[in-house]
Ligand binder design. Structure first.
Ligand code: DUC
Ligand code: ZN
Ligand code: ZN
Ligand code: ZN
Length: 480
């Protein structure tokens, strides 16, 4: 099947131009004026609309076994919802159970993800250290197309990586040409503060943000960034939610360190008043880590995105329904952490970013797709509108509107953190690997159509970094 998109304006991270785009066999094969294409090509009229690269959500957790339950959106329902919202690639996380081999866990996730409707790739979490982890990291990079490793600095007594694990895994990542990423929260502080809240009789969801204040995140972000500095490895900080961690990133970038930061659509748009809501089920539905923050932090995050100190946007899509959240009704530390958003990210960021003048349309494309493709080595196959790239495209209608609601969304969750928000700017069509899967409100996601995308290691970037370290090596001080 081939598709010709006519009459639209192509928008990439660095260019805006009128052109037709022709896709065949899952690839973009021609871009230009009045393209001559086979008569049987399906034609999409994009007059008055933009043609942008499909969104890449670099942070999702489909069907994650977590905190005694399993996330309710599986790889099919979750990726299908993503396609309805213009996201054509996700990077999810393999999180080995304690003691489970990384390779075995990777195969387990591959099996679960085989029903994906959109393309997917994996970060792999390093949650403890031993010789088998060292070996398996090499296998994952060299044979399985994994070039990023995740470290949870929170979740003590579960998946928390201690400093030894961070140091050794960062060094191993550098040697392999993979990038370490961190969930930055000091897990010991969270644990102690949780005990304090419970002992004071604070058992409801309002205890969640009190046990995870911004300093807890700032400490961990700064520690991870300093460890990366000493190990001379680039680092990516996931879900930056507050000024403290943004400041740690900004300082390091200003000193020439290769540090990247991700911000969630939820953290940009939802504030911490949700935890003071009189209905504790509503508050529990917003329990995620790091928690939603006050408006001054949100303003700082927008500036971080505008200035380029934060490069990517994600969702941390990890759905739990009300009956699952109820496991923590008498103890907030047992509420499964996570909120949804894979379907809504592009629209809410367009509405709150482009429509307000905070972001240009090109910056929007960079922040929702291209930058993630570059940082995780998917570019230009993903994140671009160029000949030879995968035909993952969105026809974006800047005038279309939608009122977001759990009643109409495609995500398998009974709640939406953006409930009632009316957005202007929506995908009219989504093309995934050359197939039209979303057209004017009709979803045609195909179970199993998504493919695993390998991400090779980053030799050029790491070679450059090694040279940079040599140039900057301290020289002997002459004593006279
Ligand atoms: N935070 C969440 O809210 N859910 C999944 C994992 C995480 O770090
Ligand atoms: Zn996290
Ligand atoms: Zn330097
Ligand atoms: Zn996460």
């Amino acid at each position: 099947m081939s598709i010709i998109i006519r009459g639209g304006t192509v928008v990439t991270a660095d260019m805006t131009f009128a052109a037709d785009v022709y896709c065949d066999e899952g690839k973009i094969v021609a871009i230009g004026d009045n393209l001559d294409v086979p008569e049987n090509a399906e034609c999409i009229d994009a007059t008055g609309q933009y043609i942008i690269p499909g969104g890449i959500d670099p942070h999702t957790h489909m069907q994650l076994p977590f905190m005694g339950t399993v996330a309710s959106d599986d790889f099919y329902t979750g990726t299908a919802a993503g396609l309805a919202g213009g996201t054509t690639t996700i990077i999810d996380f393999v999180i080995p159970a304690p003691g489970q081999s990384l390779i075995e866990a990777f195969h387990q996730w591959q099996d679960w993800a085989s029903k994906s409707a959109a393309d997917y790739s994996f970060h792999v979490a390093i949650t403890w250290w031993d010789d088998s982890v060292y070996e398996d990291m090499g296998t994952l990079v060299n044979e399985y197309g994994v070039n990023s490793f995740k470290h949870f600095m929170a979740y003590k007594n579960a998946i928390m990586a201690d400093d030894e694990t961070l140091v050794k895994s960062f060094r191993r990542s550098m040697d392999l040409g993979a990038i370490p990423t961190v969930h930055a929260e000091n897990g010991e502080l969270v644990f102690q503060l949780q005990q304090e809240m419970l002992s004071q009789g604070i058992t409801g969801p309002e205890g969640h943000p009190l046990s995870r204040p911004p300093a807890v995140e700032g400490e961990a972000a700064n520690r991870a960034i300093r460890i990366a500095e000493v190990m001379n490895v680039p680092i990516y900080v996931v879900h930056v939610s507050c000024k403290e961690s943004l400041e740690a990133i900004t300082r390091a970038r200003n000193e020439g360190q290769l540090v990247y930061g991700e911000v969630l659509a939820g953290h940009l748009l939802v504030d911490d008043s949700v935890y003071r809501h009189p209905n504790s089920e509503f508050a529990a539905a917003h329990v995620m880590s790091p928690p939603f923050r006050s408006k001054d932090h949100q303003a700082a995050l927008w500036k971080g995105l505008q200035s380029g100190n934060l490069q990517t946007t994600a969702t941390d899509h990890c759905c739990f329904c009300a009956d699952q959240k109820a496991a923590g009704k008498d103890d907030f530390t047992k509420i499964p952490n996570g909120t949804a958003g894979v379907e809504d990210r592009l629209a809410v960021l367009w509405d709150a970013g482009v429509n307000t003048g905070r972001l240009t349309i090109n910056e929007f494309v960079a922040a929702t797709s291209t930058n993630a493709a570059k940082i995780f080595n998917l570019y230009p196959r993903k994140g671009s509108v160029s000949v030879g790239a995968d035909a993952d495209l969105v026809v974006w209608d800047p005038k279309g509107t939608r009122t977001i609601s759990a009643k109409t969304h495609h995500q398998n969750i009974d709640f939406n953190i953006f409930e009632g928000r009316t957005v202007t700017g929506i995908p009219s069509h989504t093309i995934s690997r050359g197939k039209l899967v979303w057209a004017n409100g009709v979803l045609n996601a195909v179970r199993g159509a998504g493919q695993y995308v390998e991400r090779p290691p980053f030799n050029p970037m790491f070679d450059a970094l090694t040279k940079h370290a040599e140039v900057n090596a301290p020289t002997a001080v002459n004593s006279d």
